[in-house]
Design a protein around this ligand. Structure first.
Ligand code: PRX
Length: 652
């Protein structure tokens, strides 16, 4: 959204106040902000008390900026909080997951069954020699075993490092190496877009590199033929099924490491964001209950995120399970076998809370209203959005067509690093504006500041920062302490810089404006420009590459690359070469990083000191008049680029 349209909107935006009925029954009441304001740490202690602790904490927070410890001295087990305590409380028969495979196969898994599977899996991990603090890479389709594997690791205190199943073998290997994982849990494959895809071959390919992996545990999902290395590979069912369903969980320190999750930064090397236990679980559970207004006895909650992203960690696994929620888990794509699949499942399972991403909402808009209208969506009572700014048109459509004008919408801003939701309306309390994430949650302090760290005030834009530690904050970048400090804590001293631009409207509501660094947001997924550039230059035909995120009506941003070919490589109109380059990026990083468009150019615009002026390339990529280019070393370059464009635009 342009700044101009934002200006108009923020002044004239309609607001949607919660209905009286919703407000009366809501989990969060209006006084919650004031309570948290009065005693911020006391407020978080109150939320932490909702968990089951084996030993209470003696101190709530130790803050040696930028290092935080929460609930110090407390001991707990993450998997006990998600499972055992519900079974002990007599709700073991409650459904934890309604699983729906893409081909239409289903599984109903109760809390008691999930606990039994997690205990057996934990015993299997122990048999394989996995100990507390070991790292386990999980590379899975969206099937119940993905959640079971995560919880089994947490149960024995091992750290999981989930790698999204759409990432390439190269990306998987670099994450296995960085975390020094000793076990990989994967599947033969999964179902997507109407067919079986294979996952295990990517693991085999990755493990040709240097690593310390001792075993690969393979869940049989598709039954497809799978190459086997009997030195490493073990079928999941061969080892898990014969384990005892008894396992007494150990208590771990509140600051015990829980997981690593890699996310793109501004360099080619992804950052291993790492989270610990007590604070993370506290904020994941609290936000899940307050923001989604979860009533565990009656709601059917569905977060469509894959388990490979932070949203899948906090709002499919930890938050909902701690709160005893009944969820839908779906393996496949939203248009298989038809474009109404998600709506069909909402109707089938009586989903009451739906949490999804703007890119999918815009895709539904494009497909047409007939698909949601063909299903009864009356069970829905609350809608959520995450991953990128939601444009007001998509927000209104979501409200009208999916929510039947009765469901509050929570636009939730947060990051892999924040671990849990930070900025969002509270349904039942906050009057919402289409396109705004509104205000920081109780207990959270976020500000919009100028480049001198001064608050900008209402009606102005700037950088989004967090100026107080929060329980689910990252505890660092795995093995890269300097990078942790320089990436997040150096731009504004002692304040966490989120990397996002934001604006306060005249009422003080927060409007997120997207990234201000070299990170792109494609369909809600973070991809760094440098990562794609280094993938491109690793191809033999490419001498130099510059990548920008260009506005894209459907995916938020699309990846546009400008490449200079090596001497002697003919640019023959280049369609075939461009396809090769696109496929090369897909192989290096994964299909989500495939450039939408690659342009072969003779030169790149650079300053005299050699820095590529991406801003000018973005103008070209977005078909705008090129902005101020007076600092270019060679003023003719932009003209040459515009004249000589050879574009390889592709629609897939
Ligand atoms: O730019 C913001 C955008 O997504 C980034 C975080 O990406 P990731 O760590 O992959 O986590 C995504 C899911 C939490 C942020 O820096 N972002 C996320 N949610 C929103 C958003 N931008 C605007 N509005 C949101 N609701």
């Amino acid at each position: 959204m342009s700044n101009e349209s934002l200006e108009n909107l923020s002044h004239e935006a309609r607001t949607f106040a919660p209905s009286k009925e919703f407000a009366a029954a809501a989990n969060a009441k209006a006084d919650i902000y004031e309570i948290a304001q009065r005693d911020r740490l006391g407020f978080w202690e109150e939320q932490a008390r909702a968990l089951t602790w084996d030993k209470p904490w003696s101190k709530v927070l130790e803050w040696n900026s930028p290092y935080a410890k929460w609930f110090i001295g407390g001991k707990l087990n993450a998997s006990v909080n998600c499972l055992d305590r519900h079974v002990a409380a007599g709700i073991g028969d409650r459904v934890a997951f309604h699983f729906e495979g893409e081909p239409g196969d289903t599984r109903t898994i109760t809390y008691a069954q999930l606990l039994s599977e997690v205990k057996k899996s934990a015993n299997a991990l122990i048999e394989l020699g996995i100990k507390a603090e070991d790292r386990v890479a999980i590379y899975m389709p969206m099937i119940p075993e993905a959640a079971i594997a995560i919880l089994a690791c947490a149960r024995i205190g091992a750290m999981h490092s989930v790698v999204f199943g759409g990432f390439s073998a190269e990306a998987l290997l670099s994450r296995i190496q960085d975390a020094d994982a000793t076990l990989v849990i994967t599947a033969d494959g999964g179902f997507r877009k109407g067919g079986a895809f294979a996952l295990k071959p990517a693991v085999d390919e990755a493990l040709k590199g240097k690593h310390n992996v001792k075993n690969v545990l393979v869940v049989k999902r598709t039954g497809q033929e799978t190459a086997w290395n009997s030195e490493l590979d073990i079928w999941w069912h061969d080892i898990v099924d014969r384990q005892s369903a008894e396992h007494v969980a150990e208590s771990f320190d509140s600051e015990h490491p829980l997981f690593i999750l890699y996310t793109s930064g501004t360099t080619a090397k992804p950052k291993g964001i790492f989270h610990t236990t007590g604070g993370y679980l506290t904020q994941a559970a609290f936000t899940h209950k307050a923001v989604f207004d979860l009533k565990a006895e009656s709601d059917v909650y569905w977060c469509t995120a894959d388990i490979g992203w932070i949203t899948g960690h906090s709002y499919v696994v930890y938050g909902p399970l701690i709160n005893g929620a009944t969820q839908v888990m779906y393996e496949g794509t939203p248009d298989t076998p038809h474009k109404g699949r998600i709506f069909e499942l909402v109707e089938k399972y009586g989903v009451t809370i739906l949490y999804t991403a703007p890119t999918l909402i815009r895709t539904w808009m494009k497909w047409g209203d007939e698909f949601p209208k063909a299903h009864n969506l009356k069970s829905l009572r609350l809608l959520g959005s995450v991953g990128e700014p939601i444009n007001p048109e998509a927000w209104m459509w979501y409200r009208d067509v999916i929510g039947g004008n009765r469901c509050p919408i929570v636009d939730t801003w947060w990051q892999t690093e924040t671990g849990a939701i930070m900025i969002s309306p509270l349904p039942g309390v906050t009057a919402t504006k289409p396109g705004s994430a509104m205000r920081p949650l109780p207990g959270i302090s976020a500000k919009v500041v100028d480049d001198k760290a001064q608050e900008v005030g209402n009606g102005h834009g700037g950088f989004l920062i967090l100026d107080e530690p929060w329980p689910s904050m990252l505890r660092g970048i795995w093995g890269e302490d300097e990078r942790y400090k320089s990436t997040y804590w150096s731009r504004f001293e002692n304040k966490y810089f989120a990397g996002d631009g934001a604006k306060l409207d005249t009422d003080g509501a927060i409007w997120l404006l997207g990234r201000v660094d070299d990170v792109m947001n494609v369909s809600g997924h973070r991809i760094s420009t440098t990562e794609v550039e280094s993938a491109l230059v690793s191809h033999e035909a490419v001498a130099e590459a510059a990548v920008v995120g260009a506005a894209d009506a459907m995916t938020g941003q699309g990846i546009v690359a400008f490449v200079i070919l090596r001497g002697g490589i003919p640019n023959v109109g280049g369609d075939e070469l461009i396809q090769q380059l696109r496929n090369h990026v897909s192989k290096e990083i994964g299909p989500i990083a495939k450039p939408r468009q690659i342009m072969v150019v003779a030169e790149l615009p650079k300053t005299r000191s050699g820095k590529i002026m991406r801003r000018l390339l973005k103008d070209v990529a977005e078909n705008r008049a090129v902005g101020d280019s007076t600092t270019l070393a060679d003023p003719n370059v932009m003209k040459l680029i515009k004249e000589g464009l050879s574009t390889g635009k592709d629609e897939d």
